[in-house]
Design a protein around this ligand. Structure first.
Ligand code: SF4
Length: 165
């Protein structure tokens, strides 16, 4: 997974505000990042790369260069807050999409039950299937001996309310 830093889309209720400022990230040259990704994928037997942010298409040119250097055996999934119509109007964003196997596109809405809900799914080729990107509501609840518990995953709003209680 590669998280790019910086996002100016300002979705209401964004769950990742720390990713907005451009200055919060670590600067890495594209060829070095590509080498790291390819080496990690080989070492761990990973099937692909997921790009998220922040907003990956805010650095579309660099991301396109990264994907050009990626091992072609790896599939690519892109999460973006841009709508497909916005992407289609930008040649540099289209260049990224042309290198992706799957794109989940569109603004996040806190009103939805899951971060994927309401997004458009674009699939290219057959390496990533639609059912792999169906929103799931699996959660892990860790309860210790103290007063706090940790919840990870995407609970439905109803589950979340009863879990908190
Ligand atoms: S695109 Fe993602 S990071 Fe950017 S504001 Fe929307 S939810 Fe937050």
């Amino acid at each position: 997974m590669v998280w790019t830093q910086g996002c100016a889309l300002a979705c209401e209720g964004c769950f990742n505000p720390d990713s907005h400022a451009k200055a919060n990230g670590e600067i890495i040259e594209v060829p070095a990042l590509a080498r790291q990704v390819n080496a990690s994928a080989r070492a761990s037997g990973l099937r692909g790369l997921t790009l998220s942010g922040g907003e990956p298409l805010a650095q579309a040119r660099a991301v396109a260069h990264l994907l050009d250097r990626l091992d072609p055996a790896l599939d690519v999934l892109l999460f973006t807050g841009h709508e497909l119509a916005e992407i289609r109007r930008s040649s540099v964003m289209r260049a990224v999409i042309a290198r992706c196997d799957a794109v989940l596109a569109g603004r996040y809405s806190a009103a939805n039950d899951h971060p994927f809900a309401g997004k458009s799914l674009l699939l290219r080729g057959g390496r990533i299937r639609a059912d792999e990107l169906t929103p799931h509501h699996i959660i892990e609840l860790v309860v210790g001996t103290g007063p706090n518990a940790t919840v990870t995953g995407y609970p439905r709003r109803k589950t979340w309310t009863s879990t908190k209680n």
